[in-house]
Design a protein around this ligand. Structure first.
Ligand SMILES: Nc1ncnc2c1ncn2[C@@H]1O[C@H](COP(=O)(O)OP(=O)(O)OP(=O)(O)O)[C@@H](O)[C@H]1O
Length: 579
């Protein structure tokens, strides 16, 4: 999957320096964390034995100073991690969102696509939590083990043994939760898909009394997600509890062993307390890592997916801006497959159009007209062949080309939340009022718009719900015509139009031709073909006929525009409709 956008700032790689800095900072914090142990050693073995109050005061002042330092470094570390999360978010969110927008084109569900956007949130949330702190502290564990070893090798051995057991628990947590964590993502995506589909089809659910069943469907998806979540939490919760108990046992065991060694005269009383403090501190990160395991796994998964996401973003920013197209559209031997299933939907289609020509695509329902229109615009990636505009492959044109020189009206119109002016101007940063009005006039909807109370500033709800289907279609047409694009593709633009709308459409097609543009229209009604000069018949995924309208559609037989449906295995030779 390649996506044309600005150059991705690969935030992950650039944070390596910060990670090194955080590692060193964690080193300082961990060294300072030995303060308590040293303080105990000095109090018991020096101040108490000498009975010197001034030594006690000096040691206490020093300890307080070191604690304060540790606190400052701790705050610094967590602030850096929070800012790192925000910085990653800033850099990655636009790219993750671009991919989320692109994914449905490749057959992914909206819920799967939205998951990419959530990955950025997951990663930022993780960086602001306790997980990374535990991970940064973990490598400094040997420092504490060495300290305990120096106090007495037997204490060192006991602590190392405890650390190994806790490490094994962490590894078991990873192994046992891996599979259920994956199922959790799957069930979460399914749940979001069901919720999304129910919300989108609210009208149908209400009108046909399907709400109850829709809720049941959601409940089932929700239950299986919750089951997965419970299983994962059960495993990590149990192992986390076990590790906590073990840590407490170990701490007491260190105290006990220390006391035993002290009784034998091998250890000072101060060392007993110090070893207990240090053991607790040494094992805390392992404990934390186990407790935070769910978050760590989610963050790792999000990181992995974002890395993949960024890898597929192809940089088109350096691409040379080609001159404005003004000559031709060539569809050369194009074969398109369905995203995901890989089924061939359109095969070996070739035709060429010159500036000033308009092509009407006709044929039976399901024949492949929409798929061909989508392939021409690069919405669905083509498997074989090429689409060339003024000789240059579609891949060579950058996003500016599509913005300035392409107009598209899809079958389902798809207006966005915003004003009518926003929608017509394609959400231009600086909308050009002249162009908006001219596009609205070309679509024959200017009068209707100015009669609205807010005129061009009328806010459309999500999906343009404030308008009728015919009005939405005409605003969609105006959006396709905005800025006089060179290539205009209209997919059944008249399915909701009245006679006046049809007339405006015919005029719009004629004016695209007059100004030297190229227009492709997917048509079901003969009336849409009035202003076109070329006709192509798409049947069973093939262009079975292509040529001047007068040759392809015989006026006496205009009715049979809808070609008889043939079995998918039959491949018709080139033929003329109505012959
Ligand atoms: N997302 C998809 N995944 C798989 N197959 C698809 C997808 N969309 C469409 N198809 C299949 O591709 C074939 C062509 O569909 P297409 O929408 O291009 O036909 P059409 O000629 O535009 O039909 P209509 O006139 O009814 O709009 C159909 O058999 C359809 O089932």
């Amino acid at each position: 999957m390649t996506v044309g956008t600005a150059k991705p700032q690969y935030g992950f790689l650039k944070v390596r320096g910060i990670f090194a800095y955080l590692f060193c900072l964690s080193g300082i914090i961990n060294i300072l964390a030995l303060t308590g142990a040293f303080y105990m050693l000095q109090i018991y073995d020096r101040a108490l034995t000498s009975g010197s109050v001034s030594t006690l005061v000096a040691l206490s002042v020093l300890a307080i100073g070191l604690y304060l330092f540790q606190g400052v470094f701790d705050i610094l570390r967590s602030q850096i991690l929070i800012r790192l999360g925000a910085r990653l978010d800033n850099r990655l969110a636009p790219f993750a969102h671009t991919v989320a927008i692109e994914m449905p084109r490749y057959g992914y569900s909206t819920a799967e696509a939205m998951e990419r956007g959530r990955d950025v949130d997951t990663l930022r949330g993780f960086l602001a939590g306790q997980g990374p702190i535990a991970l940064f502290d973990l490598p400094w564990m040997p420092l504490y083990l060495a300290f305990v070893w120096l106090l007495h090798p037997m204490l060192g051995l006991l602590t190392i043994g405890g650390a190994i057991v806790l490490g094994l628990i962490a590894a078991t947590t990873e192994l046992m939760t891996r599979r259920s964590a994956q199922s959790m993502i799957r069930t979460s995506v399914t749940r979001s898909s069901v919720a999304d589909s129910n919300a989108r089809n609210a009208d149908i659910l209400h009108a046909m009394g399907m709400t109850g069943r829709a809720v049941e469907r959601f409940e089932r998806a929700n239950r299986s997600h919750l089951d997965c979540q419970t299983r994962t939490s059960d495993i990590s919760g149990t192992l986390s509890g076990l590790s906590k108990v073990l840590r407490m046992i170990l701490q007491s065991a260190v105290l006990g062993l220390g006391a035993f060694l002290a009784i034998r005269g091998d250890l000072s009383p101060g060392a007993i307390i110090a070893s207990s403090i240090v053991t607790a501190r040494a094992l805390a990160p392992v404990d934390q890592v186990i407790a935070q395991w769910k978050g760590i796994v989610s963050a790792r998964r999000s990181h992995h997916r974002l890395t993949e996401t960024l890898a597929v973003l192809r940089d088109k920013s350096g691409q040379i801006e080609l001159p404005s197209p003004h000559q031709s559209l060539v569809v050369d031997n194009v074969t398109t497959v369905a995203p995901h299933s890989g089924a061939v939907l359109v095969s070996d289609v070739s035709f060429a159009l010159k500036a000033g020509q308009a092509l009407g695509l006709i044929g039976p329902s399901g024949g492949g007209k929409t798929t061909l229109a989508r392939s021409i615009l690069g919405i669905w990636p083509i498997l074989r062949g090429s689409i060339r505009i003024d000789g240059a492959d579609l891949n060579q044109w950058n996003e500016n080309f599509f913005d300035r020189h392409v107009g598209y009206l899809p079958q389902d119109v798809a207006l966005m939340e915003g004003t009518i002016a926003d929608n017509i101007s394609r959400f231009a940063k600086v909308p050009d009022a002249r162009k908006i009005i001219s596009a609205a006039k070309a679509a024959g909807i200017h009068e209707m718009i100015v009669h609205l109370r807010e005129g061009y500033q009328t806010e459309l709800g999500p999906h343009g719900t404030a308008l009728s289907a015919g009005q939405r279609q005409r605003i969609g047409l105006a959006r396709a015509l905005y800025g006089d694009p060179f290539l205009v593709v209209l997919d059944e633009p008249n399915s909701n139009l009245d006679a006046e709308g049809e007339e405006a459409l015919t005029q719009a097609i004629a004016s695209v031709r007059q100004r030297g543009g190229i227009l492709v229209i997917v048509a079901h009604r003969p009336s849409s073909l009035q202003a076109v000069d070329m006709v192509g018949v798409v049947q069973n995924g093939r262009l079975v006929a292509f040529g001047p309208k007068d040759e392809i559609v015989q006026p006496s037989k205009v009715r049979p525009l809808v070609v008889e449906r043939t079995a998918p295995s039959e491949r018709s030779p080139r033929s003329h409709v109505g012959e």
